[in-house]
Write a protein that binds this ligand. Structure first.
Ligand code: PLP
Length: 392
């Protein structure tokens, strides 16, 4: 039985081996390992790609979010609204600063934070006063962090309108959505560029993955960009003088070199992900399983969903996963337990049943192999086994 991996980084490395090793050697020759010209070049390139004015390279996506929240001065007594159906870091960064994450349920089709539910939450649970929005128990609601899950942008127009109305900072968790488009009026906009700041993760399995941890913040606000740069480096400005307590959130040059080389291929890889997704879509119709939606395809083309993951939903998820596993086919569950149910967040006071869509989705979701180097034959086998499972 030939195994079909859920993800295979070796294939990508083998294809780019010579160039990447030469790039790494160049950094070693320079002996400039922290920030420096490679990081600056990457910051410029990602800012240009996302149509933001500034890029600030960081040590991870998690640190990128922590850096933004710290720079905005979010801390004890504050709250940040986000989705319970995301990777842990989206909410843990809030908790680490002594603030409280406030969850709002997701949309059942897009799996992103629901705009109507957010509006209802703000109207029923929050009060707008002179010093901003407060929860009924007196927390200052400072920001909204929507997540562009699996490579599909949240409804940024609806969210931005609510953020403007309620005076919340919009911070985009675009960790999974580098290069994705959202149709804003008649002009598509890039993931990460709509809010006060947005951030990306270059975790190795992301669409653009480093050889370790790395992340990046984008913003078009020059004051915020300056503060983020200072905060990223221990709040130091000038050298060895600290007006604020920052952190070490710096990106290293070896990661930037890898990312710059891989960036040349991002468009080709994203298109390949799109075509794999299209094949899954047509081959898995009619089986009674939930498939990803592509609400922005008409105006944004393939960039309307960059398919970091292809996630299906079925009430027979665990049996399907076991059947695929028996055939040597790798799958993954993003995410098996919504954040409000995580043990470490029990003190936040949420109950099972608070976010029914997130809870149901966590029981039904299954991510299928969708990396660019997946071969047509491998995908055909995945499709065949899924069809067999449902048709027998
Ligand atoms: C939605 C989301 N937010 C935040 C992160 C954190 O990024 P990192 O793993 O680079 O710290 C990730 C990636 O793992 C993610 O998928």
């Amino acid at each position: 039985m030939t195994k079909i991996p859920f993800f295979d980084l070796h294939r990508q490395f083998q294809a780019l081996r010579t160039e990447i090793l030469a790039d790494l050697a160049q950094v070693c020759e320079s002996q400039t390992f922290i920030l420096g010209p490679k990081v600056a070049e990457l910051e410029e390139r990602i800012a240009a790609l996302t149509e933001a004015k500034f890029g600030i390279g960081t040590s991870s996506g998690t640190d990128a979010q922590l850096l933004i929240l710290m720079t905005l001065g979010i801390g004890p007594g504050d709250a940040v609204i986000t989705t319970p159906f995301t990777f842990f870091a989206t909410a843990s960064t809030v908790v680490r600063l002594g603030a409280k994450p406030l969850f709002v349920d997701i949309d059942p089709a897009t799996l992103n934070l629901s705009v109507p539910k957010l509006e209802e939450f703000l109207k029923t649970e929050c009060v707008a006063g002179e010093s901003g929005v407060r929860t009924r128990d007196g927390l200052n609601v400072r920001a909204l962090v929507p997540v562009h899950l699996f490579g599909l942008c949240s409804d940024l127009a609806g969210l931005r309108q609510l953020c403007d109305q309620w005076k919340l900072s919009l911070i985009e968790d675009a960790a999974q959505a580098l290069g994705a488009l959202f149709p804003d009026g008649d002009r598509p906009v890039k993931a990460g560029s709509v809010g006060a700041a947005g951030f990306f993760s270059f975790y190795p399995t992301k669409n653009l993955g480093a050889f370790g941890d790395a992340g990046l913040v984008v913003t078009s606000d020059p004051d915020l960009a300056k503060k983020l740069q200072i905060m990223r480096n221990h709040g130091m400005d000038p050298k060895y003088y600290h007006e604020v307590v920052g952190g070490n959130f710096r990106m290293d040059a070896l990661q930037a070199a890898v990312l710059l080389r891989k960036l040349e291929h991002l468009e080709t890889w994203s298109k390949r992900r799109w075509s794999i997704a299209q094949r899954y879509h047509s081959a898995l119709q009619g089986l009674g399983i939930g498939l990803p939606v592509e609400p922005y395809h008409k105006s944004c083309g393939w960039r309307g969903h960059i398919y970091h993951q292809f996630v299906i939903r079925t009430s027979r998820r665990d049996q399907l996963r076991a059947a695929l596993n028996e055939q040597g086919i790798g799958t993954e569950i993003y995410y098996p337990l919504p954040l409000h149910q995580q043990r470490c967040f029990q003190n936040l006071g949420y109950q099972i049943g608070d976010f029914p869509v997130a809870e149901q989705t966590a029981k039904e979701c299954l991510a299928l192999p969708i990396f660019p180097e997946l071969t047509d034959d491998e995908q055909a086998s995945v499709i065949l086994r899924i069809r067999e499972f449902f048709e027998r």
